[in-house]
Every structure is written in structure tokens, then in C-alpha cells.
Ligand binder design. Structure first.
Ligand code: R5P
Length: 338
């Protein structure tokens, strides 16, 4: 149960996930109008009383990123003006996080830092997110950030496959050097198997060239671990390189299914045998119907953190042990479509 003072509101980015979270917590989603004025400006208004409440705002800043970001900022601003007690933003996928450094000589922004500033000035006091593009982005925020480890969702699925074929026949692969820590952490959780990595280069934005593969992948089932799949270029090029080196099967486990442009179609015709994603971003109908794509829900892990927050914020929860949703009725749920 949620503390009675807590209200859960959602922007328009991922209503199905917001409903699943509300179901896990056994509470209704509270009502707010989140729409647009005639000229396209975002318009929000809470439909129920929020004064004195602890507000939780659920919103991924996925495409259309600018609208979804603005919905979140305006919901926070309206909450401040409605004299709420606290505002927590739960942003399962934080957009604009990949521009997180100034590359020498290039005159570019650090959008991740700007987003951190915007969330704070809008009145958000705490951020919960999943698999930030890089851990150090947390340092851009001057509010507490809970960066949940989304790949935990996939551990059971991989272990199940290892039981059939033997863990020694699997290797975890990072599709780039930057993802090595993430991949190594996952390998540890799935029977401590070996880790390989790919040395990749981006000659131009959104294009990928594999330079070489470091590690033994021959006759192995490869588990590619990445935070985001966007155009698919990284994972498709990785699968091709791994198969050329004699890999048996190549599966990718990615938390955030950005899947822009022709990604789903390209994956269908690629050497990638399977793509497993979370529901931090809504899948298109084409992706839902793809035979190669499977999806798990992050609702249980988000519900757990909401319960933790509720326990800390409400005196009535102090002496009550929290039953973790993810360990009870909601063990990793694979989503079914059609
Ligand atoms: C890069 O650093 C990220 O971790 C992903 O590998 C990248 O964003 C994936 O993009 P795409 O699917 O367009 O290659």
C-alpha cells in the first residue's frame, strides 16, 4: 500500500507503464489534464486537490522528447504552485542524456547537465530513473538521484537459457568500451561468465564501424548488454562481427527501446537473433509485432522504490515492513502482445 498522502500522476509518454505501476501498488492513478493549447503549447492542470500531498510524477522523456520534457516541467511547476509537500519525478528513460560531455574542439552543449538544471528549477526534489546513459550524469544533479539498475530484469531470463545449454557456453559482450562496467556487472549475476568487448568507432553520428572484438566468442551464445538501442546500428554491427568470428547465437538485452527510424525493420533483417528490452519507452506496433523482440516490465522495480520512498516519507510506514513487489506477485513479467 502507498502512504495515504502520496499521489501518483502521469504525463502522456507512457500511460501503460504508469497503469502497471499503479496496479502493482494497488492504487489508482490520480487525475490531471495534460494536453495542448491550439497553438501547440503544452497545457496541464491537476484535476484533484494536491495541497500538502507528496506528488510522484511518472514520465519518460522519450520521443517526442521536447513535449514530454515540457509536460514534466509544467506538472512540477503546477505542483509547486499548488503547495504540495514534495515532488518526486520518476523518469524511467531520461532523454538528452547521451550528450553528456564536451568533445574537444567541437562546439556542442552538455544537454544532460541542462536537463538536470531544468528539472531542479521546475521544483522536482528527487529523481528516480533507470540506467542513466552514464553513471557520472548523477553528478550533474543537485537533487538526490536513484539510478536503478534495469538489467536486473533480464537476469532470470538468461539464467533460464543457461540451464538448458550450460553457462560455460555463454559470453556477455559489451558493444563498446564505455559499456564494459555494465556488461561485467551483468556477467557476474549470470553465473560469473566471461566478458568480451567490441572496439567500435562512430565515423559520423548514427553510423557505426566495428574495429575489433576482444575476447573469445567462437561457438558461444553471445549476450550483448547495452543501455539504449536507437537506430540499431551498434547492435546490428556487433552481431555481424560476432557471427563472423563463429558466435553461435547473438541476443541483445537493452533497457531502453528508443528504436528510431527503420530500426525495427533493420533488426528483422540482421544477424541479431533476439532483442530483449524493457518498457521504459512504449513500443511501436511494428516493434510489438516483431518476432525478434521481447519485452519485460520495469513496473515492479519502480513500485519497489516508490514503496521505499513512501516508507521514509510517512510516519505510518515506519514500523511496517515493506513487502517488495518485485519479490511477490510481480516476478519479471514478460509482456505479451496480440
Ligand atoms: C552508446 O554509447 C549507447 O550506449 C548505445 O550503444 C547507442 O546509443 C545505441 O545507438 P544506436 O542503436 O543508434 O547504434
Amino acid at each position: 500500500m502507498l502512504a495515504p498522502n502520496m499521489l501518483l500522476f502521469a504525463g502522456n509518454s507512457n500511460i501503460p507503464l504508469a497503469k502497471k505501476i499503479a496496479d502493482c501498488l494497488n492504487v489508482p492513478l490520480s487525475q490531471a489534464m495534460v494536453s495542448k493549447f491550439e497553438d501547440g503549447e503544452v497545457r496541464v492542470q491537476y484535476s484533484e486537490s494536491i495541497q500538502g500531498k507528496d506528488i510522484i510524477l511518472l514520465q519518460s522523456t522519450s520521443a517526442p522528447q521536447d513535449t514530454h520534457l515540457m509536460e514534466l516541467l509544467l506538472l512540477a511547476d503546477a505542483a509547486c504552485r499548488g503547495f504540495v509537500r514534495s515532488i518526486t519525478a520518476i523518469v524511467p528513460y531520461l532523454g538528452y542524456a547521451r550528450q553528456d560531455k564536451c568533445v574537444e574542439t567541437k562546439q556542442v552543449p552538455i544537454s544532460a547537465k541542462l536537463i538536470a538544471k531544468l528539472l531542479k528549477v521546475s521544483g522536482i526534489e528527487r529523481l528516480v530513473t533507470i540506467n542513466l546513459h552514464s553513471d557520472q550524469i548523477q553528478g550533474f544533479f543537485e537533487i538526490p538521484v536513484h539510478n536503478l539498475y534495469g538489467h536486473l530484469l533480464f537476469v532470470e531470463d538468461v539464467i533460464l537459457q543457461q540451464k538448458k545449454k550450460g553457462a560455460e557456453n555463454f559470453v556477455v559482450v559489451s558493444p563498446d568500451s564505455g559499456g564494459m562496467t555494465r556488461a561485467a556487472a551483468f556477467a557476474e549475476k549470470v553465473n560469473n561468465i566471461d566478458v568480451a568487448f567490441i572496439n567500435k568507432k562512430r565515423p559520423l553520428p548514427n553510423t557505426v564501424k566495428v574495429l575489433d572484438v576482444v575476447g573469445d566468442v567462437q561457438n558461444k551464445d553471445c549476450i550483448l548488454i547495452d543501455d539504449i538501442i536507437d537506430t540499431g546500428g551498434t547492435l546490428i554491427a556487433a552481431a555481424e562481427a560476432l557471427k563472423k568470428l563463429g558466435a553461435n547465437r547473438v541476443m541483445a538485452y537493452c533497457v531502453h527501446p528508443v528504436l528510431s527510424g527503420l530500426a525495427v525493420e533493420k533488426i528483422a533483417h540482421s544477424m541479431l537473433d533476439e532483442l530483449v528490452v524493457a518498457d521504459t519507452i512504449i513500443l511501436s506496433e511494428q516493434a510489438k509485432n516483431s518476432k525478434k523482440i521481447r519485452q519485460f516490465s520495469v513496473a515492479p522495480i519502480i513500485s519497489d522504490i516508490i514503496l521505499e520512498i513512501a516508507r521514509k516519507e510517512s510516519k505510518t510506514f515506519l514500523d511496517v515492513p515493506v513487502q517488495r513487489v518485485s519479490e511477490s506477485q510481480y516476478n519479471p513479467t514478460e509482456l505479451q502482445y496480440g
